[in-house]
Design a protein around this ligand. Structure first.
Ligand code: 5GP
Length: 202
């Protein structure tokens, strides 16, 4: 394979669908695939680390970054601001590293208008009841936060048709296998192949 530029994968899902764990597991299990670390204005949850889960910044700093054009995309989600660094993303792609963006549907729409070869994957919970149960089991969010996230989940699901692939996370291992298959298939696209080598054979 003669791939010079990295592929861009955009993964969205309602919060609680298991997207973060799936994105972490896939980058751990596939070489050459990196998860882009977003900037966020929300407070870290217990166990989260600055620079690993997010770059946690103040709302003021985030606004400065918007003004400076630092973001490839950004959006307000659950009253917090989240964004992807344009420079980091473009550098990784230029280096030939495949990148996975774990972002909401508003951000995905912005990426779609700017990166025409990006691959869009939507992770669905098996049902809204199961999604709510998972959010409650997480125990890190309050009741009104859970209600807000459930309302937002329905809004996000409405955008499913923008995505190239849908993975239903009923069973984690199966969803991970499907996600891996998508990445592996996209890496085998004819447009990415070393056609000079093939042409020499014929
Ligand atoms: P959480 O606060 O639960 O970590 O994330 C809330 C939502 O924000 C998730 O849907 C997540 O995908 C989304 N998100 C995280 N980083 C970004 C980002 O850089 N841009 C956008 N648009 N959404 C993001």
């Amino acid at each position: 394979m003669n791939k010079t530029r990295g592929l861009l994968f955009v993964v969205s899902a309602p919060s609680g669908a298991g997207k973060t764990s799936l994105c972490r597991a896939i980058t751990d299990s596939l070489e050459g695939l990196t998860h882009s670390i977003s900037y966020a204005t929300r407070k870290p949850r217990p166990g989260e680390t600055d620079g690993r889960d997010y770059y946690f910044v103040s709302p003021e700093r985030f606004q400065e970054m918007i003004k400076a054009g630092d973001f490839a995309e950004w959006a307000e989600v659950h009253s917090n601001l989240y964004g992807t660094s344009r420079r980091v993303l473009d550098d990784m792609i230029a280096k030939g590293i495949d990148v996975i963006l774990d972002i909401d549907t508003q951000g995905a729409k912005q990426i779609k208008s700017k990166y025409d070869t990006a691959v869009f994957i939507f992770i669905m919970p098996p049902s809204l009841d199961i999604l709510e149960e998972r959010l409650r089991n997480r125990k890190s969010d309050h009741e009104d936060e859970i209600r807000k996230r459930m309302r937002r989940a329905r809004e996000e699901i409405r955008d499913y048709a923008l995505y190239d692939y849908i993975v239903v996370n009923r069973d984690f291992d199966r969803a991970l296998a499907e996600l891996r298959s998508i990445v592996m298939a996209e890496r085998c696209r004819t447009r990415l192949a070393d056609t000079q080598w093939i042409e020499k054979l014929i």
